[in-house]
Design a protein around this ligand. Sequence first.
Ligand code: SF4
Length: 439
Amino acid sequence: MPAGIARPEALAGSGPPEALAGSGPPEALAGSGAPEALYIHVPFCVSVCPYCDFVVVGGAAARGPRSRVAAFAAAVRRELEMRADVLDARWGAVGGGARPPLRSLYLGGGTPSLLPAAEVASLIALVRERFGLAPDAEITLEANPGPDERGDAAELAAAGVTRISFGAQAMDDAALARLGRRHRARDVAAAVDGARRAGIASINLDLLYDVPGTTEGGWVAGLEAALALGPDHLSLYALTLDDPDAEGLTGAGGDHLPVSRGARAWRTRARQEQDEDRAASMYEHATERLEIARFDGYEISNWARPGHESRHNLAYWERRPFEAAGPGAHAFDGATRRWNAARLDAYFAALTPVDGGPGRLPPGGTEAVSPSGAAAERVILGLRLGRGIAARLGDEAPLSAHLGLALDAGLLRRSEDGERFRLTTRGRLLSNELFARLV
Ligand code: SF4
C-alpha cells in the first residue's frame, strides 16, 4: 500500500480525512473531501475497436486536417479551470489545510498519446498550478503501442509523465487482428523498450482474455511474451461485450456513446465464441503464473511488482475523492458521484461556445450515494482488493446476510489473524454473482 493511503474502511463513515476535519464549509456533505486524484478523459482514437465502450471518436476527428484534438485541448483546459474554481470556492486554495495537492493525475481515453507532448506538458502545468501536484505524484498516460500512436516517450517523460499504460490487449498478431487493433505484437515490445529507455518509472500492459478464437495455449504464450518484456504492472481484463444502448446509457445526458451497427454485429458474433470455463481457466493460470513471477494480485484484474500498484486506481477502489474532466468522465467527492455527458458536440458547445462567450460547465449528472449504497460500495470495492476488508464489515449490512453462504461456497476466506475477509480465486471468478447480492 503506498505511504499515506488509509485503508478504505478507515475512511468509512468517518467524514473528511482527519486533516480536513472541521475545516470544510458547512454545506460540505458528510464524507466528502477535496480530490486526491484527477482523471482527464481524452476521447480520440485513430480507429474505434468494435468491442470498445469507452467514450471515443475516431477517424478524421482524431487526426488530419479535420482533427478536433486541438479544439478538445482548449475545451478541457477551460473545464479544468472551472472545476478548479469550484474547488477553490468549496475547499479553499490548493495547498491550504483542506486542499492538499493531488497525489495522482491520469490521462486516459481514448488514446491520450495522440496529444502532442507539448499539450501534455501544458495540461500537467495547468493541473499543477490549479489543483497542485505532490512532489512524488503519479502521472499516468494511456498509450496505444503502434508507432504512429504511442507518442515520443522521451518527450512525455520530459513533460512529467511517470507512468505509461500501454493498451497491448494481446501478444499475437492473429488475436490483435480479430480484435480490430491497429498495432502488431512487435509494436508492444518496441513501445515498452522506448518507455524504459526514456526513464518512465512504471509501465503497465493491458491484456484481454476470453478473446474469440483464442485458446488457452495462446493465452499462456501471450502472458509469457508480456512477462518477457519486463512490465511493472499488468491489467488483465475479460473481454466484455455489453450493449450500452440497451442499458440506456447513450442518451443526451448519458456517459456512453451509441454503438455503431458494425460494432453491434461484431459483438453478437464474438459473444458466440466466448466460453466462461475457458475464461476461468485463463484467469486461474494467470493468477498462478504471476504469483511465481512475484507480481502481487492487489486487485481482481490488476497485478504489480512491489511499489508499482496504480495509485490512481487505488483511489477509486478506496472510495477516495477524485475529480474528473473530459466527455464521459466521472468524479466522486466522497459523497456524490458526478459525470459529464459523453457527446463531444455538447461538450464543446458548453465550454467553448461559437459566440466566444465565457462558456459553462458541460452537461452531465450527479447522484448522491445513499448510506446503504455507500456500505455496498465499501464492501464490493474493498473485496476487489487483494487485502480485502476488515472482518467487522462481515457483521454489518449488506455482507452480514450473505457471509455464511460466501464462506461455505469458498468465495471468501478469513485471514489467519482473523482480521480480514478476502476473496479466494474462486471468489474472484464468481465475484459478480456475490456482488450482485450486495447491492
Ligand atoms: S484503442 Fe482502446 S480506447 Fe481506443 S477504441 Fe480501441 S479499445 Fe477503445
